[in-house]
Design a protein around this ligand. Sequence first.
Ligand code: SF4
Length: 216
Amino acid sequence: MTEAVKTTLENLKKNNMEAYFCSSKKEALELVKKLIKKGDTVSNGGSVTLAETGVMDLLKSGNYNYLDRARPGITQEEIEQVYRSTYSADAYFASANAVTQSGYIYNVDGNSNRVSAILYGPKSVILLVGTNKIVKTIDDAIERVKKIAAPNNTRRLNLDTYCSHTDSCVSLNKNDSEICDGCASTTRICCNYVLSGYQRHKNRIKVIIIDGSYGY
Ligand code: SF4
């Protein structure tokens, strides 16, 4: 484990979050199985990391009451219902856009069902985060979203934004850009900017840091 990871784990714990380190995705998957129990109602935010680590397959295994917003034939109305049901789930899974060494979690969302469920609702929030997403400062986290997470996610989702064509946010062309500056695309995925710090509800948020590069 690097010093950066060690520091991050310590500071996440100081911020009242459970923090774990796994040296492989296999280890992370075993840990996830211990954090939830059969029959639990579970849901997730959109995440490449969850697919890459096998967590999505686990959630869909039939051992849990999985709130599936992507099942074939689902209507927009049913998707909205899944989003609302998620607020009473036992566990909510997602990744993070960045985690600072000072123990803050940074997420930026467009639709914002993910950030809202992280903030309030599900009893437990379990975030799987590759070491590629650990950054030193909040400024680094902001930059990570504008240069890595957003361009890759807009391309993955086939969204016509400035960054999907150029690999970085339009706001970076300005000298004095602020955190929320960006494009005016109707499909912009940066609308709500959420920094999670010290938690009043101790250990509701669990962060599993996995050695290696996962997601964007
Ligand atoms: S504001 Fe627009 S251009 Fe900037 S990162 Fe977000 S989606 Fe991309």
